[in-house]
Design a binder for this molecule. Sequence first.
Ligand SMILES: [Zn+2]
Length: 133
Amino acid sequence: MQPATIHPSTHHGRTAYTFNAQAFANIETSQGFDEAARVARLWVRHYFGFEAGIEHCAIHGEYTGWEFSYVNTGDTYDETIVRRRNGDWVISSWGDEYEALEMKYAEETGQHQCNYCGGWYNEETANYHDHAL
Ligand SMILES: [Zn+2]
C-alpha cells in the first residue's frame, strides 16, 4: 500500500489536497474502471469545486493501446487525475501526459512525428511528409 501523496495544489489557488493513487487502482481492480472514474470525478468536485467529465486521449486519435483517461478540469496543463495506459492513477495534466506518451510512442515504434502536420511516419511513409524533412 503506497502512502497518500500530499500535493500543494496549484489549481486556481485552492488549498492542499490528498490524493491516494493506490486507492484508485484498488477501486478499478475490484469494481472496474467506470467506478474508479466516478470516484475520480467526485474527488475533483470535492477538492476543485466543480463538475467535470471523463475524457480519453489517444495517439493518432485511435484507441490501439496508446491512450489514457483523465478528468477534464479545463485547460491543457490544468492539474487533474489521470489514469495512464499502464493502470497508474496520477495527478498530472492531459497536456503533460500526452507529450510523455508521444515520446514513448516514438521510442517504442520507431516512428517520428512530423513537425509540420503532426502526422506520424516511418521509413516507408516518410515521403508523405517531405514538407518537414
Ligand atoms: Zn507532415
